[in-house]
Design a protein around this ligand. Structure first.
Ligand code: GCO
Ligand code: MN
Ligand code: MN
Length: 424
């Protein structure tokens, strides 16, 4: 009988195959990118409605140490990821934050973003902008507290995901009222920020709204990044200049949108400040798969847009290591491979933007045929129709660049077992 593969043997196998994969960057190189690792992604135990946890709980100090070793220079957190419900808004909270600050300092990691939990606790059963004044007063204290936590940890971004802003049952809520009430909460957070920033001699933070089309409410009041942009411009916010968006790649894909187009619309409004990066499938639930594992071509194109428009905000690894990945695998495979795919796609995007074929084709398309005499549709079409073949040529070129064909990755000398497929 064959010897059983012990846990140690399995880890050694994972390490060996991971090393065989190659293509990884050093921690120093990884640190050059504004990539953040969320506490909740690393600490995700694999639990869900139909799923029992598969990994043990893990403390912030351990997460921060591991991110540091991998070369992820930034860390992000929810208030309740680091402070238990019992300690929130008490003096104990400050002790905990001191401990976190020490861990960050010890491992040379910086806190980029903090976010408030307004979806999990029983008190949010009807959402943070519920009818009851006491729920909203509590929500306000919690959001103001997140602002304080953010300043204390040195964060520059706050994210809001109002997934409980909506309803399960028809006829219960007045949407306009709920949105007004939500705006009041954001106004309070911005006011608090102005105050704390002034006292602390710091800049105010960037407040970023994150949309998700489905979950946890049945109907969501602000389901897309576009809805968020509209809300920011609604006149309900007292400091719209302090509020921008944090699109999540998968959340735009989930409703059937094109993430790149959603990002472009936010860029045009000057509101693309923060970006949650991950992957998944259209019109499915929020699987939060690691960046580039499902749609690498689309990701390449997304990053071309962001590079071309000088996006310089954080890339937040808001994904969930799959349930099949072990605790060991989270920091040995999941995080490092996500970072390395991102960096590679980012660099390929730079290559694609500078690619002579794409550049020349784009210039030619922009110039047009130059048929100045053509005024009716048929003549304009006839004058330009050969040029438009370049669209497909550009599409082909982009895939070539993704696959490395432009660098000579071809299969001229097919392996003998594939020879029979050739007809030459
Ligand atoms: C999700 C959400 C969350 C938020 C986070 C920050 O996919 O469930 O995107 O991960 O980003 O709660 O507010
Ligand atoms: Mn997110
Ligand atoms: Mn998500």
């Amino acid at each position: 009988m064959e010897k059983e593969l012990s846990a140690g043997d399995q880890r050694a196998l994972v390490d060996r195959l991971m090393a065989s994969c190659g293509g990884s960057y050093t921690p120093e190189v990884r640190r050059r990118y504004f990539i953040s690792g969320p506490q909740w992604a690393a600490a995700y135990q694999g639990q869900a409605l139909f799923h029992a946890p598969v990994r043990r709980a893990i403390e912030p100090d351990e997460v921060i140490r591991n991110l540091s070793e991998i070369g992820i220079a930034w860390w992000a957190t929810h208030d309740i990821d680091i402070i238990s419900a019992a300690d929130l808004l008490t003096d104990r909270q400050n002790l905990i934050l001191d401990g976190i600050s020490e861990s960050l300092k010890r491992y040379g990691v910086r806190c980029s973003m903090v976010t408030g939990e307004t979806f999990f606790s029983p008190v949010w059963a009807a959402g943070p902008a519920a009818e009851q004044p006491e729920v909203r007063a509590y929500a306000r204290r919690r959001l103001e507290n997140v602002v304080e936590i953010g300043h204390r940890l040195g964060a520059s971004f706050i994210v809001y995901w109002p997934g409980t802003l909506g309803y399960q049952l028809q006829g219960v809520i007045d949407e306009t009222l709920m949105l007004q009430r939500y705006a009041e909460l954001l106004n309070a957070a911005c006011e608090k920020d102005i105050q704390v920033a002034q006292t602390a001699g710091r800049s105010t933070m960037r407040h970023c709204l994150e949309a998700k089309p489905f979950e946890p409410q049945a109907e969501i009041l602000l389901p897309t990044t576009d809805a968020m942009l509209n809300f920011i411009a609604s006149g309900l916010l007292e400091h719209p200049e302090m509020v921008g968006v944090n699109p999540e790649y998968l959340h735009e894909l989930m409703w059937g949108g094109a993430p790149r187009a959603a990002l472009a619309r936010a860029l045009l409004r000057g509101k693309l400040w923060h970006f949650d990066i991950n992957d998944g499938y259209r019109l499915k639930h929020d699987v939060d798969i690691g960046v580039g594992l499902v749609n690498p071509l689309d990701w390449l194109n997304v990053l071309m847009l962001l590079r071309a428009h000088g996006y310089n905000g954080p890339f937040n690894l808001d994904y969930k290591p799959p349930r099949t990945t072990s605790e060991y695998g989270v920091f040995r495979v999941s995080f490092p491979s996500a970072v390395d795919r991102f960096i590679t796609l980012w660099e390929i995007a730079g290559e694609a933007l500078a690619d002579p074929v794409i550049c020349e084709a784009t210039r030619a398309l922009e110039a047009g045929a130059g048929a100045s005499g053509a005024s009716d549709g048929d003549t304009v079409f006839e004058a330009n129709k050969e040029l438009w073949t370049l669209h497909e040529l550009i599409g082909h070129r982009l895939v070539q660049i993704l696959l490395g064909q432009h660098r000579g990755r071809t299969f001229v000398d097919l392996a003998p077992e594939h020879q029979e497929m050739r007809r030459d």
